[in-house]
Design a binder for this molecule. Structure first.
Ligand code: G1P
Ligand code: ZN
Length: 545
C-alpha cells in the first residue's frame, strides 16, 4: 500500500456548525476541500491505528465520491478496519447504533441532514466519537484550527471499492467490511419496544398509517422495520427509495415540506389515522394525527409522560433534557415525575455527556429531534415506534392523547419563525443591537406582558464543566412566556434567523385558540425588540413550524 502525501493549502471557512461542516456540493467538490477537512479530523485523533471506523451517509449527491476518498484516507491514517454501509448508506441513528454495538473507535457521517441535495445543493460531514455521538465543541474547534494551518494530507492510491456487495475487501492492510445498513439498528429498536403489540395495532382494521420517507435515507429502514418486522401493509411507506437529490424536495419533516402527508391525514377519505415522516438522514421526525400535527415540543413531553408504557423505559427515567429553545412542556412532566430536566444549547452534541453519565434518559429539541440513551443521536424511527407503542397501549387517537396531555399539564403554545437567507451583515447588526439592549429590557412592559429577565444563554456542562456562551438571546416574561432569538448554525447561504415563541396557557377553555393568535403579542414584542422588518426587510417569516 503506497501512502501518498499531497501538499495542500487551507480553505477558509471550514468551521463545523451546529452539526458538522455543511457547504454546497460545489464547495465540497473542489480538489482538496474534503481531503483537508478529513485530514484535520484524523490529525486530531489519538490512537486510531488498527481500530475500526464506521462510515456512511444519507445517500445524497456526492456521498459516493466522498466515501471512496475517505476510505483511502482512513487506510493512510492507519485504521485497521472500516465498516461501511452498503451503497454508502447509513442513517445518522444507524451509524450511532453501529459505532456503539461494534465498539468502533469513531465514525464519519456524510449528510447535510434536512438540507436539499443535488449538484447545486448541500453536502455535509461530521465526526462521531466512540460513544456514537457527535464530537464535542472542544474537538470541532480543534479540527477547525487544524484546517487553518494544514499543509498536507495523506491518501492511498485509488481503490474503487465496490460498495454494492456485502462482504469484505481490503485496501492494503485495512479491512473494508460492507455491512447491511439496517440490521444492527433494527435489532436495537426491537429490544426497546413492544413489537408484538405494535404489530397488533398495525393489523387492526380501523388503524391505518403512512410513513413518508421523503425520498431520503429512512426508506430502507422503514420498509424493513414497519413493513417487514411489524407487518404493516406494503404501501405504508411512501417515497421510500433514497434519491441523491431527494426527488428535488426539501427533506425536512415539517408542515411546509411534508404538506402532502399533512393533507392526506386531513382527508377522511384517505382512511389514515396516523402519519409520520423523517428527514434526509433519518434523525428528525414528524408525528401527525387526523387533522392534527403534533408539535415537536409537545411530542417530547408526551413521550416523557408515557414512559411507563414502553418496555425499555418502564422502570423509570433518570432525567430528561431539552435544548434551550424547546418549549418548557417537558419541564412540567419532569416536575410531576420528580426528575431533573436539563436545559442545553441547541444541537445534539450537548446531550452526549448527560446521556453518558446516566443523568438523562430522554432528550429532545423543538426542531423535530427526539431520542434516548439507546443512542447518542436523535432518532426519527425511534420516535415513530415510541408513538406507535403508546397508541397500541392507549387505543386513543393522536389528537386525544395530546389534548389530554394539555388538560393535565397545561399547554405550552409554541411556534418557531424562520427568516432564511438574510444577508449575514444584517443579521450581525440585528444581534449586536439586541445584545446591547439586553440590560435595559428587564421591567419593560409590552402588550404580551412585563419582561422579567433578558440574557444571552450560557451553558455550563454539569458533567465536565465546559462552558458554551452566546447560545441564544432570551427575553423572559413574568408569566413564563418567552421569545428566543438565535442564528442557525446549519445553513449554507447567508444567515437564518430563528425566533422561538412560547406562551403557557393553563386554562383548558383556551387550549384550542389558534397558535398564531395566541402568540401574536409575542410576535409583536419580537419585532419591537429586534426590529426584524426594519433591519432585514423581511415582514414575514419564510417557514413557521
Ligand atoms: C438545527 C436545529 C437544531 C438541530 C440541528 C441539527 O440547527 O435548530 O435543533 O440540532 O439543526 O439537526 P440550527 O440550524 O438551528 O443551528
Ligand atoms: Zn437530520
Amino acid at each position: 500500500m503506497n501512502i501518498i502525501t499531497v501538499a495542500t493549502t487551507p480553505f477558509p471557512g471550514q468551521k463545523p456548525g451546529t452539526s458538522g461542516l455543511r457547504k454546497k456540493v460545489k464547495v465540497f467538490s473542489q480538489p482538496g476541500y474534503l481531503e483537508n477537512f478529513v485530514q484535520s479530523i484524523f490529525d486530531n485523533l489519538n490512537g486510531q491505528q488498527g481500530k475500526t471506523l464506521v462510515l456512511g451517509g444519507d445517500g445524497r449527491y456526492f456521498n459516493d465520491v466522498a466515501i471512496q476518498i475517505i476510505l483511502r484516507m482512513a487506510a493512510a491514517t492507519g485504521f485497521g478496519r472500516v465498516l461501511v454501509g452498503q451503497n454508502g448508506i447509513l442513517s445518522t441513528p444507524a451509524a450511532s447504533a453501529v459505532i456503539r454495538k461494534r465498539g468502533a473507535f469513531g465514525g464519519i457521517i456524510l449528510s447535510a441532514s434536512h438540507n436539499p441535495g443535488g449538484p447545486d445543493d448541500d453536502f455535509g460531514i461530521k465526526y462521531n466519537l466512540g460513544n456514537g455521538g457527535p464530537a464535542n465543541e472542544t474537538f470541532t474547534d480543534a479540527v477547525y484550527a487544524r484546517t487553518r494551518e494544514i499543509s498536507a494530507y495523506r491518501i492511498v492510491e485509488p481503490a474503487d471499492i465496490d460498495l454494492a456487495c456485502l462482504g469484505e475487501t481490503h485496501i492494503g492492510a485495512m479491512r473494508v467490511s460492507v455491512i447491511d445498513p439496517v440490521a444492527d439498528y433494527a435489532e436495537l429498536l426491537e429490544s426497546l419496544f413492544d413489537f408484538e403489540r405494535i404489530a397488533g395495532l398495525l393489523a387492526r382494521p380501523g388503524f391505518r398509517m403512512r410513513f413518508d420517507a421523503m425520498h431520503a435515507v429512512n426508506g430502507p429502514y422503514a420498509h424493513a422495520i414497519l413493513e417487514g418486522c411489524l407487518g404493516a401493509p406494503s404501501g405504508t411507506v411512501v417515497n421510500g427509495t433514497p434519491l441523491p437529490d431527494f426527488g428535488g424536495g426539501h427533506p425536512d419533516p415539517n408542515p411546509v415540506y411534508a404538506a402532502e402527508l399533512v393533507t392526506a391525514l386531513a382527508d377522511p377519505a384517505s382512511g389514515l389515522s396516523f402519519g409520520a415522516a423523517s428527514d434526509g438522514d433519518g434523525d428528525r421526525n414528524m408525528i401527525v394525527g387526523r387533522s392534527f400535527i403534533v408539535s415537536p415540543s409537545d411530542s417530547l413531553a408526551v413521550i416523557a409522560a408515557n414512559y411507563k408504557l414502553i418496555p425499555a423505559y418502564a422502570e423509570g427515567l433518570a432525567g430528561v433534557a431539552r435544548s434551550m429553545p424547546t418549549s418548557c412542556a417537558l419541564d412540567r412532566v419532569a416536575a410531576e415525575l420528580g426528575i431533573p430536566c436539563y436545559e442545553t444549547p441547541t444541537g445534539w452534541k450537548y446531550f452526549g455527556n448527560l446521556l453518558d453519565a446516566g443523568k438523562a434518559t430522554l432528550c429532545g429539541e423543538e426542531s423535530a429531534g427526539t431520542g434516548s440513551n439507546h443512542l447518542r443521536e436523535k432518532d426519527g424511527l425511534w420516535a415513530v415506534l415510541y408513538w406507535l407503542n403508546i397508541l397500541a397501549c392507549r387505543d386513543e387517537p393522536v389528537d386525544r392523547i395530546v389534548r389530554e396531555h394539555w388538560r393535565h399539564f397545561g399547554r405550552n403554545v409554541y411556534a418557531r419563525h424562520d427568516y432564511e437567507g438574510i444577508e449575514a451583515a444584517k443579521a450581525e447588526i440585528l444581534f449586536a443591537e439586541l445584545r446591547q439592549k439586553l440590560p435595559t429590557l428587564a421591567g419593560m412592559e409590552f402588550v404580551a406582558g412585563r419582561v422579567k429577565a433578558a440574557d444571552d444563554f450560557c451553558y455550563t456542562d454539569p458533567v465536565d464543566g465546559s462552558r458554551s456562551d452566546k447560545q441564544g438571546v432570551r427575553v423572559l416574561l413574568e408569566d413564563g412566556s418567552r421569545v428566543v432569538f438565535r442564528l442557525s448554525g446549519t445553513g449554507t447561504e447567508g444567515a437564518t434567523l430563528r425566533v422561538y415563541l412560547e406562551r403557557y396557557v393553563a386554562d383548558p377553555a383556551l387550549h384550542e385558540i389558534p397558535v398564531q393568535e395566541a402568540l401574536a403579542p409575542l410576535v409583536a414584542l419580537a419585532e419591537k425588540v429586534a426590529r426584524i422588518a426594519e433591519i432585514t426587510g423581511r415582514k414575514v417569516p419564510d417557514v413557521i413550524s
